[in-house]
Design a protein around this ligand. Structure first.
Ligand code: PMP
Length: 313
């Protein structure tokens, strides 16, 4: 169950958690017409700080643009609202979920006559895939990721996650923690809710944007960290067999952060331990998020909260 907070932001106002409701005949309920974001707010020694707030809100605006959804807020206004939400609820670390959806109006497929509603909620959420440790056991999914020119994967839209649900449910039913989907040509794409990286012979590989992947903000952060550690980053089409012969494999995502993969289809990744490049990237990533290292990329936006203590989670 999602742990409740006091307030949810709705079209510029704070409403009580239980009042943030929509009608069953809202367009989004029937056709998946929403775009959303997932953002983490970390607890730094100096207080809460939101990770890459602008980039996430810009992606929300980009996703809305693809779907011709007009959001009457600028990136800065949305970022400000998100910061206020964390302060108002007094809960951090937390996960923040902004969503823009087509609401109650008409039930035809054409969404133009339905209002666009924006909500933003935050709540505490722990680790998603791995609680530290040696990594997760995953499979290659029998489901492909979205084909080009069907559902656009650069948009983080609710409907895309019907595909993610198929991948995730199949993996769990078969005893795996996650599934890796291939694109319609059979090349490695991403997890149900994470981007994927492979290390081989000291190079870091990840699928390019044209391979039906979401342009992950953690993906971008890891690429940046790798480049600064002089680890060559190669964005190229990845054949499935690379998963079996990689020296290291890991997922990236807001929820998953950097989660090492221990095996794919019961084939152990190298010796089954977290590899050295994964460790370097994890360390530089978490050092910033825990306030142990300087935030030289300006990834963290402090949330002004006065002197109150965070709610224990
Ligand atoms: N791919 C998919 C399908 C996702 O749902 C996510 C999570 N948003 C990602 C990749 C990772 O993106 P990010 O690092 O921005 O969270």
């Amino acid at each position: 169950m999602i742990p409740k907070t006091e307030k949810i932001w709705h079209n510029g106002k704070f409403v009580a958690w239980d009042e943030a409701q929509i009608h069953v005949l809202s367009h989004v309920v029937h056709y998946g017409s929403s775009v959303f974001e997932g953002i983490r707010c970390y607890a730094l020694p100096k207080g809460p700080a939101i990770f890459r707030a602008q980039e996430h809100m810009q992606r929300l605006l980009d996703s809305a643009k693809v779907y011709r959804m007009e959001l009457p807020y600028s990136c800065e206004e949305l970022v400000h609202a998100m910061s206020e939400l964390v302060a108002v609820n007094g809960v951090w670390p937390c996960y923040i979920r902004p969503i823009a959806l087509r609401g109650y109006g008409e039930l035809g497929v054409n969404p133009a006559k339905c209002p666009v509603d924006i909500y933003m909620a935050n709540f505490s959420w722990g680790k998603y895939l791995s609680e530290g440790g040696e990594g997760v056991d995953v499979c290659v999914s029998s489901w492909n990721r979205l084909a080009p020119n069907t559902l656009p994967t650069m948009a983080k839209a609710g409907a895309n996650y019907m595909n993610s649900q198929l991948i995730k449910m199949e993996a769990l039913m078969n005893g795996y923690a996650e599934g890796i989907a291939l694109d319609t040509q059979g090349f490695v794409c991403e997890g149900s809710g994470e981007n994927l990286f492979a290390v081989r012979n000291g190079n870091l590989y990840t699928a390019p944007m044209g391979n039906s992947v979401l342009p992950g903000i953690t993906r971008d952060s890891v690429i940046r960290l790798a480049k600064d550690h002089c680890i060559p980053v190669i964005e190229q089409v990845i054949p499935r067999e690379m998963l079996y012969i990689a020296d290291e494999l890991f997922f990236t995502g807001t929820a998953a952060e950097i989660s090492p993969i221990r095996s794919v289809d019961k084939i152990t990744v190298a010796k089954g331990a977290v590899g050295p490049i994964t460790k370097i990237l994890q360390k530089s990533f978490f050092d910033i998020l825990e306030g142990q290292a300087e935030d030289k990329y300006h990834w963290l936006m402090p949330v002004p909260v006065g002197k109150e203590h965070p709610v224990e989670v």
